[in-house]
Design a protein around this ligand. Structure first.
Ligand code: ASP
Length: 437
């Protein structure tokens, strides 16, 4: 029994934890009433919190090491030239579409509307979050200040405070420095590469606890709140899935594959099917990378030189599904607490979601935890309050993570095809004819 439990893939165990948590929580909520709520709060929440803390501890090391090692993986600074500019440009463009698509869908579907009342009814600490968020809405930082804050006066302090945009900025600068330093920078480059491997391993270790963490969080959320919360989470999931599907069909399919490359969309879909399956079940762009590369080369005719450089970089910096998600989560939080959203906030959200998605590591649930810092920096709220919002989403995150990871890697492949074509490295015969069904 125990053996087959361990042999089961992580995402299945997480789902089992999720369902058991729902059942247990509902049992407590409806079966025991007030004392059930108390049990959920006293006995289950601390375990969930411990798990969340474990992952939060990895946020800063994760961003720094993946980002710097991703830049170093591009090779020497000169190669950043033609290939780099095209790749980065296209990656940014797809992310731009993604983030606005997410914001549009979340504005229309309003996944967070009404959630504030629901959670505050069962959880008094959330009232303070609502207050603080409402205040934060009126005390927005000016756009200039916001942009200035991206440049850290003291990078160590920025890391200690978990100031993400500043950390991302600093990491990019260090990455460029390592590349420009050439041979002399190699030692530091190798250090970051090795550090990123280690941080990934530690993250995977902690993710092994996910089924239990999810069970505890789920029991707490359902025990305290009852069924109503599922409806809001359902809307959040619907918003994310819809935006991701639109991104894949219209931006990758319609814009890149059909309009720019003039190639059949259906071949692209067949070509990436394997890697989509792996991405969906692992929720990790990094773990999927080898399959992504082989699909691009074998099924779509992308030359090795392009696939080998563009795709690893994409797995690190191009996260369109994640950008969609972060934008939706920001609006979800704002809607939950009835904040007025003006165009300034939308622009801030779009910019932040883009930057954070670039700094997200390609591992399960990476962006969920980065969302804490993102909510803090957009709305100027305290960490504990941002954590509360994320804690509500956490138990369902696997479901959302599967779809955003699929979108992340689909975008990488579409961009790799485009760059390959522009560099004269795309075998269109393979793209059009290779049978992959
Ligand atoms: N799991 C995602 C990926 O690997 C990252 C995220 O959490 O959004 O692509």
């Amino acid at each position: 029994m125990l053996k087959s439990w361990r042999a089961m893939t992580l995402w299945k165990r997480v789902f089992i934890g999720l369902f058991l948590g729902i059942l247990l929580g509902l049992g407590l909520h409806y079966g025991l009433g007030d004392s059930g709520k108390k049990i959920a709060d006293t006995w289950f929440k601390p375990f969930g919190d411990a798990f969340v803390n474990l992952i939060r501890m990895l946020i800063v090391p994760l961003i720094v090491t993946t980002l710097v090692s991703g830049m170093v993986a591009m090779g020497d600074a000169r190669r950043l030239g033609s290939l780099g500019i095209k790749t980065v440009g296209l990656y940014l463009l797809t992310t731009f579409f993604a983030v606005w698509l997410g914001l549009a869908v979340a504005t229309i579907l309003q996944p967070g509307a009404g959630l504030g009342e629901l959670i505050s009814a069962g959880n008094s600490s959330v009232d303070t979050v609502a207050d603080k968020l409402a205040k934060a809405g009126s005390a927005q930082r000016s756009m200039t200040q916001y942009l200035l804050d991206i440049i850290p006066k003291n990078p160590i302090k920025a890391m200690a405070e978990g100031d993400m945009l500043a950390i991302i900025f600093f990491s990019i600068i260090i990455g460029v420095g390592i590349l420009l330093a050439g041979e002399k920078g190699k030692l530091l480059g190798d250090f970051f590469e090795s550090a990123s491997e280690v941080v990934m391993k530690v993250t995977m270790m902690i993710m092994e606890l996910a089924p239990y963490g999810v069970l505890a969080l789920m029991t707490w959320v359902m025990g305290v709140n009852g069924l109503g919360i599922l409806i809001n989470m359902g809307k959040l999931a619907a918003a994310l899935y819809l935006a991701c599907i639109l991104q894949i069909v219209f931006v990758y399919g319609g814009l890149i594959i059909r309009t720019v490359l003039k190639l059949p969309f259906v071949r692209y879909v067949y070509g990436i099917a394997d890697t989509v399956g792996v991405a969906f079940s692992t929720s990790s762009s990094s773990a999927t990378l080898p399959v992504t590369i082989s699909c691009a080369e074998k099924n779509l005719g992308v030359d090795k030189s392009v696939a080998g450089s563009v795709l690893p970089m994409g797995a690190t910096i191009n996260m369109d599904g994640t950008a969609i998600y972060l934008g939706i989560v920001a609006l979800f939080a704002a809607q939950a607490f009835g904040l007025d959203l003006n165009i300034g906030i939308y622009l801030t959200v779009a910019l932040t979601a883009t930057l954070v998605s670039i700094g997200t590591a390609g591992i399960p649930s990476a962006s969920l935890f980065l969302a804490v810092g993102m909510l803090q920096s957009i709305f100027g709220i305290e960490e504990t309050q941002a954590v509360l919002i994320v804690a509500f989403i956490f138990p369902f995150d696997r479901l959302l993570d599967m779809m955003r990871t699929v979108t992340n890697i689909s975008g990488d492949v579409a961009v790799a095809c485009a760059v390959a074509k522009w560099e004269g490295q795309l075998d269109e015969e393979v793209f059009k004819s290779k049978s992959v069904v």
